[in-house]
Structures are given as structure tokens and as C-alpha cells.
Design a protein around this ligand. Structure first.
Ligand SMILES: C[S@@+](CC[C@H](N)C(=O)[O-])C[C@H]1O[C@@H](n2cnc3c(N)ncnc32)[C@H](O)[C@@H]1O
Length: 310
């Protein structure tokens, strides 16, 4: 069973302003919550292409959506290959692209995937099980400097140096094999008063390693740029992010794409080629309602941003 509670479902899919005969892309298929709702709004002429790099999610979603064989195509690929994969299928323009970033609940809740600090399991954290880089490799073989860099940058962890130093000390004696061992090292590295604040003490380091293993930020940035290029006029992008690093990339890129460049003074009208490509639909992100927060804890950090191609 693939139990993933979809976040900001109505807000994001309604945000796509779906044309029943349009072409849409769900970059993060997962449990197909958003995809099912998009498909319910399409007629026979409409198409949905959905990406996931996780074979388990694809298998589940293909079965769930088998009634939509005409309209639905699942693609096993990283969404950083958005343009290339669509081109292979003869698609050069689309009417909407959706991202619901991060990991799904089944990925988090399956101990063997090694994403969770609540279970003791081998250090893995790959969304794509065919990927070469695992959390084991990062934790055991990356240098002290590389670890400090990712813990600061991707985890915004104040005690990055202490954690990296204790990882180094431990692995000099023996390899660090499991999430449980890593959690213990993190707990020992963070002073007790700080450990009691801000949720689970391993949360930020686990986020950092997961982002590094899956190269999440670069993939998203590259994909979002491609999505902007792929859109037809009037087409929309909806992005749901779950932490400040993803949200910053999204906000920045959409802002750049929707801003007028500095113009020479006295120019009476903005020439067409200088007009921004996008228009922001949400100046401030949409966040879950109290009702959603009450039933879905995973939604608490979600932010939805929407922009439209001019
Ligand atoms: C939060 S879940 C999506 C849940 C889905 N919207 C639903 O309602 O069921 C994110 C999914 O995107 C996938 N994913 C994350 N980053 C990806 C990437 N760069 N390329 C392809 N799939 C990715 C993950 O494997 C995961 O299944």
C-alpha cells in the first residue's frame, strides 16, 4: 500500500488553470494524488506526463491510473531531464507543470530506504535505487570539509563542524553502517540545551545528506528553468516546497522571470523582447489551511507558488 497524503491538492491543481484538452506535466508523481486530480479534469484530447525517479512510486501510480491509458504517460526519470524526456515523446510545449518536492511518505516510512531517523536501517537515502551515490558513501567517504559544507548549506545546522568531527572520529575506528549509529553521533555532537529545541536533533543533518545524495537543489533549479521555457503562453507552473532552500530557489527564479530588466530612462513603452516571460500569480506563497494542517502533519512546512507564462 502506498500511503501518501497529498498536500495542497486543490490549491495546486486549480492553480494550474487546467484546459481539458491541454498538455500537463507532474514532475513528482509519487502516490499520484495530484496526477489523479489533474486527469479527472482532462478530456480525451488532454494529456498528462508524469515523472518519478522511484520505481516503487511508478509501479503503484501506473496501477492506480490504468483507467487513463489514453491520457497518462509515466516516465521513470529525474525531472532534471524534463525537456529531453518530453522531446523524445514529441512534446515541445506544455500548458502546465507541477512540482510537489521532496520525499513521499512511503519513502520516509520504509525503514530500508534509510531516509528516517526514527528507524534503524542501512544508510541509503536514494530516491532512485539505481543511483550510484548512497548516504553510506557520503557519511563514510566524504572529507570533513565536504561534510561541513553540506551540513551548513543543505541542513543549516549550527553544529555542523562538531557533527562532522565526530563522524570522522567514529569512522577512523569502523565504518558507520546505519541511520541509528548516525543519529547517536549527531546527538552526542549537539549540546543538550540545543538538542531540546527545534524538533528531532538529527532532522537537519538527515535533510542535508538526503539533498546531497539526490542532488536535489541542482535538479530542481535546472528543471524549473526548463519548465519556464516549455510553457505555452497562459501556461502555469505550480511549485510546492517543504523547506527554505527549495523555496528560495523557486522564489528567486520566478521573480527573475517575472521582472522587467533595468531600462534606459525615458523609454516610452517596454519593447516586446524585454517584457518578462512570466507573471507571478502568488506574490506570497499559499500555505495549507487549518483543516489540512489538522489532518496532515507533513503539510505544515508546505508553500505553494504559482506563476503564468505571458
Ligand atoms: C512528495 S512526493 C509526491 C507526492 C504526489 N504529489 C502525491 O500526491 O502522491 C515526491 C515524489 O517525487 C519524486 N522525486 C523527487 N525528486 C525527483 C526528481 N528530481 N526527479 C524525479 N522524481 C523526483 C520522489 O521520488 C517522490 O516519489
Amino acid at each position: 500500500m502506498f500511503n501518501h497524503e497529498t498536500v495542497l491538492l486543490k490549491e495546486s491543481v486549480d492553480g494550474l488553470n487546467i484546459r481539458p484538452d491541454g498538455i500537463y506535466v507532474d514532475c513528482t508523481l509519487g502516490g499520484a494524488g495530484h496526477s489523479s486530480y489533474i486527469l479527472s479534469k482532462l478530456t480525451n484530447g488532454g494529456k498528462l506526463f508524469a515523472f518519478d525517479q522511484d520505481e516503487t512510486a511508478l509501479r503503484y501510480a501506473r496501477e492506480k491510473l490504468k483507467g487513463y491509458a489514453e491520457q497518462f504517460t509515466a516516465i521513470k526519470s529525474n525531472f532534471k531531464y524534463l525537456q529531453e524526456e518530453l522531446q523524445h515523446l514529441g512534446i515541445n510545449r506544455v500548458d502546465g507543470v507541477l512540482y510537489d518536492l521532496g520525499v513521499s511518505s512511503p519513502q520516509l516510512d520504509t525503514p530500508e530506504r534509510g531516509f528516517s531517523y526514527h528507524h534503524d536501517a542501512p544508510l541509503d537515502m536514494r530516491m532512485d535505487l539505481e543511483g550510484d551515490l548512497t548516504a553510506y558513501e557520503v557519511v563514510n567517504n566524504w572529507t570533513y570539509e565536504e561534510l561541513v559544507r553540506i551540513f551548513f548549506r543543505y541542513g543549516e545546522e549550527k553544529f555542523s563542524k562538531q557533527v562532522a568531527r565526530n563522524i570522522e572520529k567514529t569512522r577512523e575506528k569502523r565504518p558507520i553502517e546505519t541511520t541509528g549509529e548516525l543519529v547517536e553521533i549527531i546527538k552526542q555532537s549537539i549540546p543538550a540545551p540545543a538538542r531540546r529545541k527545534g524538533g528531532h536533533p538529527a532532522k537537519r543533518i538527515f535533510q542535508a545528506i538526503r539533498i546531497a545524495v539526490n542532488d536535489e537543489l541542482k535538479a530542481f533549479e535546472s528543471s524549473l528553468k526548463q519548465a519556464i521555457q516549455l510553457l505555452n503562453p497562459g501556461g502555469r507552473i505550480c511549485v510546492i516546497t517543504f523547506h527554505s532552500l527549495e523555496d528560495r530557489i523557486c522564489k528567486q527564479l520566478l521573480k527573475e522571470a517575472s521582472s522587467v530588466p533595468d531600462l534606459p530612462p525615458g523609454l516610452p513603452v517596454i519593447p516586446d523582447e524585454l517584457k518578462p516571460e512570466m507573471k507571478l500569480i502568488t506574490r506570497k506563497p499559499i500555505v495549507p489551511t487549518e483543516e489540512e494542517l489538522a489532518v496532515n502533519n507533513r503539510s505544515r512546512s508546505a508553500k505553494l507558488r504559482i506563476a503564468e507564462k505571458r
